[in-house]
Design a protein around this ligand. Structure first.
Ligand code: ARG
Ligand code: ZN
Length: 865
């Protein structure tokens, strides 16, 4: 809770730590309603910094004693969340004893209780809620940890590194000691004291190190761990193959916990995961869940090098580890699943989440210059735009040079806490490219626009392409634009300097011309292939040109992109028509295109499903000056219905052709068949007939896997038919004991386009399945509602009022999660005056809520400011 105005932290104010802490010995004694934490720190003055006092961070710690070199002292000052020791020696041993209350820790930051015991989350600033410390990533120490607890209630006692000793104590208690040989910042500290089952395995690295693997889960769930274990071993192998990076540990543990603010955490040797990214079995997890588990397991494993071995100097450099590690997990996902579809998903995510963020009140550079609450900056910009920035470096310098850059980065900085500059410098030095101008991608916010135009001169057989960029506050960016020229016969035209008929143009000035010689026919340019830069590309394509690219482009991403552009343009035109009280008209051209896609092979089914999925409302809304969410929603659905009616027989045939071939397997080809089949069912149910609802219900009832079962439920839940009610009731009856499946049940209702969705969501907040204290439940019900474009932005403001009240209630429990929920208001200024008035009132109500956290305050103040 705030007692004073929150302070802004600036990158420009960075100073190195005044004291270094070489070793940390932590002893945690778990008692029924508190834990006693004793920490011994080997402290040493940093010779490079002139500072008299040692300032330690602490939050909600009940201080029991402080001693220096074994002598209890009262020569310290307690500030608001600080403990200041003046006149300390240059080298000394500092010991503190505190009492903390993990059972009352509803913020899930620091040490907290969940169903089966105690867990920690220290990134970004949770360690200060466990012990007094210089809680900053550039202070790295060697840790040893001893845990004491009741043996029957908390049989597993885990921490980072290696187990060194354990034993029993009086009164049915036991203890265990762990030692981590690798120095680390305190945000990577972790302990677990819980009752868990463990799935064990092992992995032998190329150089012969045997790593013991363990996945710890709630008792009785070992049959849901196999996929995560396989993902871990795949990731370990991939990082050896791709980057020559081996695991440096003897023990690598993953612990799953049902109460967790984010996805997962890369604590050294002891990852702690949201159950959502560990537990899976064909009957309770969807294809998407399986794929996400692969990605998140890989992400946390990859952090062991990009994050842990080389970490961040300060939290402004967060993207140094997150952008790079997302890029690595994306490439892993592309290699083990379907590269084309993976790239499409990444760009869909960027446009639905990061572009709006970059255009709204929380816009910030990949390396922010300031923050109030660092937890508010675990954003799409840091993670996903950060990954795009890394990808652009690879595109500009090439894969081979990128790999040399990675090698050089580790050679120079292993064991250090560094900045984004060091990463880019390694890439520049290894490749010989000058990346000075490229650094601006880290310094300015906002999505750049690139305007392209082309002129073909038949007499000179020349095509001239002009590229221009919108000016950013830091000046022009260095933008890689991958280009090919597609001929009228659909074949790419070779040109000088092209490799596989394409090249990467470097746009570095505000406007540049690129000339292509010996072009015998007028080409259609395929620009920004594979989405070579996170920009908005403007090119005046005719509908015919887009249809041509959609049919022939050799870059699969740009084939998809052409379809999205065409569909998006038509939906926006129809939105305007509907707003003006007119009926939308749809061109017949689309019918042939869609029909062609439905005739795809099994191998291209996943790609066809992407082409047939129209751009989402939030993405389209960004292109409008003033958003009329009802008209936009009606226009998009009208196009779906038009296609369904025109192609009813084709959709039905495709749906039947793609019926399951055998027992479920989560491989990408069969997942692709299921994805396209689901798309067909969705279109067919736009023709609101009993027979298609019956087909959906039939699929729901007979599916042998969650993917098909949930897909049918999601289609039915878009309506309020008897079939819909029946399926929802049956789903809950079947799965009420599986928390992750209950999340799906909540989410599918909150995301429904039905007019009564808000009333249902309100009722669900009082349902026994919902729990405001559990982040997964909040995300499933409340955030899904906040992302329901047409219902959250209801004209009467009811959606805004509802969510505002929930945010206030949640803030008292868990500010980090409340703050994520508050982000649903980000784009409120895009709407009409009446909606804006409702949103402003809701935001003001949150802002004035007594005791508001600085987490939510920062979001709401920026939204109103
Ligand atoms: N480093 C984690 C990851 O990207 C994210 C943890 C952030 N947690 C938080 N409460 N801010 O995998
Ligand atoms: Zn991460």
């Amino acid at each position: 809770m705030t007692t004073s105005t929150p302070k802004t932290i600036y990158l420009a104010d960075y100073t190195p730590p005044a004291f270094l802490i070489d070793t940390v010995d932590v002893d945690i004694n778990f008692q029924p309603d508190y834990a006693e934490v004793t920490a011994h720190l080997a402290v040493r003055r940093n010779p490079a910094v002139a500072a008299a006092s040692l300032v330690l961070d602490g939050e909600e710690l009940e201080l029991l004693s402080v001693s220096i070199d074994g002598v209890v002292t009262d020569r310290y000052t307690l500030g608001e969340n600080t403990l200041v020791l003046s006149h300390v020696p240059d080298v000394f041993r500092l010991s503190t004893v505190v009492r903390i209350r993990p059972d009352l820790n509803t913020r899930l930051s620091g040490l907290y209780r969940s169903a089966n015991g105690y867990f920690t989350q220290c990134e970004a600033e949770g360690f200060r809620r466990i012990s007094w410390f210089t809680d900053r990533p550039d202070v790295m120490s060697r840790y040893s940890v001893t845990l004491h607890a009741d043996q029957a209630l908390l049989p597993c006692l885990l921490s980072n590194g290696n187990p060194v000793a354990s034993g029993v104590e009086a009164a049915g208690r036991h203890w265990a000691s762990w030692q981590d040989p690798h120095p680390k910042p305190c945000y990577l500290f972790a302990v677990v004291a819980a009752k868990l089952d463990v799935l064990r395995d092992s992995y032998r690295t190329t150089s012969g190190r045997e790593v013991q693997l363990g996945i710890y889960v709630e008792p009785g769930r070992l049959d849901q761990c196999d996929h995560a274990m396989a993902a871990l071993k795949k990731s370990m192998h991939w990082d050896e193959q791709t980057y020559g990076l081996e695991c440096d540990l003897d023990h690598y543990m993953i612990v799953a916990v049902g109460d967790f603010n984010m996805g997962a955490m890369e604590n050294k040797g002891l990852n702690i995961f949201n159950t959502k990214y560990v537990l899976a079995r064909a009957d309770i997890a969807t294809d998407l869940d399986f794929e996400n588990i692969d990605r998140v397991v890989a992400h946390e494993y990859f952090h062991n090098w990009t994050g842990n071995r080389v970490t961040c100097r300060d939290w402004f450099q967060l993207s140094l580890k997150e952008g790079l590690t997302v890029f690595r997990d994306q490439e892993f996902g592309a290699d083990v699943h379907n590269r084309q579809v993976a790239r499409i998903h990444e760009v869909r995510g960027l446009r639905a989440g990061q572009f709006p963020e970059d255009a709204g009140p929380m816009a910030h550079p990949v390396r922010p210059a300031s923050y109030i609450e660092i937890n508010n900056f675990y954003t799409a910009t840091i993670y996903n735009k950060g990954a795009e920035v890394v990808r652009m470096i690879q595109t500009l310098i090439g894969r081979a040079a990128f790999r040399r850059g990675m090698d050089l980065y580790f050679e120079r900085h292993d064991g250090q806490a560094v900045t984004c500059d060091e990463f880019v410098a390694a890439m520049a030095d290894a490749s010989g490219h000058d990346l000075t101008q490229f650094m601006r991608w880290y310094q300015q916010s906002g999505t750049p626009h690139v305007k392209a135009s082309g002129v073909y001169d038949p007499a000179a057989q020349r095509y001239v392409l002009t590229l221009a960029q919108s000016a950013g506050v830091c000046g022009n960016l260095l933008i890689p634009v991958t280009v090919a020229l597609i001929g009228p016969d659909g074949l790419p035209l070779p040109f000088e300097g092209s490799i596989d008929s394409q090249c990467v143009l470097s746009l570095s000035e505000s406007s540049q011309q690129f000339t292509f010689e010996n072009i015998a026919v007028p080409p259609i340019p395929s620009l920004l292939r594979d989405f070579s830069a996170p920009v908005v590309l403007e090119f005046d394509y005719s509908d015919e040109a887009l249809a041509h690219l959609l049919a022939h482009d050799t870059d699969p991403f740009n084939r998809w992109e052409a379809g999205q552009r065409l569909a998006g343009r038509l939906i926006l035109q129809a939105t305007e028509a509907i707003s003006a009280g007119l009926e939308p008209v749809w061109p017949e051209r689309l019918v042939a295109i869609v029909s062609g896609m439905l005739a795809c092979s099994d191998e291209t089914a996943a790609f066809a499903a992407e082409i047939l999925s129209l751009p989402g409302e939030a993405t389209l809304a960004e292109q409008l000056e003033v958003v009329d969410p009802d008209a936009l929603h009606a226009a998009r659905n009208s196009l779906r219905r038009y296609l369904a009616c025109q192609l009813e027989a084709e959709f039905r045939a495709c749906y039947e052709r793609l019926a399951p071939l055998g027992a479920y397997a989560p491989d990408s080809t069969s997942a692709g068949r299921r994805a396209l089949r689901t798309v067909c069912l969705g279109y067919l149910c736009e023709i609101d007939t009993v027979s298609y609802r019956a087909a959906a219900l039939q699929q729901f009832e007979h599916a042998d896997n969650m993917t098909d079962q949930f897909a049918a439920l999601a289609v039915l839940a878009q309506g309020s038919s008897d079939e819909s009610r029946l399926a929802l009731a049956e789903f809950y009856r079947r799965w009420h004991d599986e928390p992750l499946v209950v999340d799906k049940w909540l989410q599918v209702q909150a995301a429904s386009r039905c007019a009564e969705t808000l009333a249902r969501v309100e009722a669900l907040t009082r349902h026994p399945a919902f729990e405001l204290r559990n982040p997964n439940k909040v995300y499933a019900l409340l955030r899904a509602f906040g992302g329901n474009h047409v219902r959250f932005h209801a004209a009467d403001g009811s959606g805004y009022r509802f969510l505002a009240a929930q945010i206030c209630a949640l803030d008292a429990i868990n500010p980090q999660v409340a703050s994520r929920l508050a982000r649903c208001f980000d784009r409120w200024r895009k709407f009409d005056a009446a909606r804006q008035a409702h949103a402003r009132a809701a935001l003001n109500m949150i802002h004035d809520h007594a005791g508001l956290s600085r987490d939510v305050l920062e979001i709401v103040a920026r939204a109103l400011g």
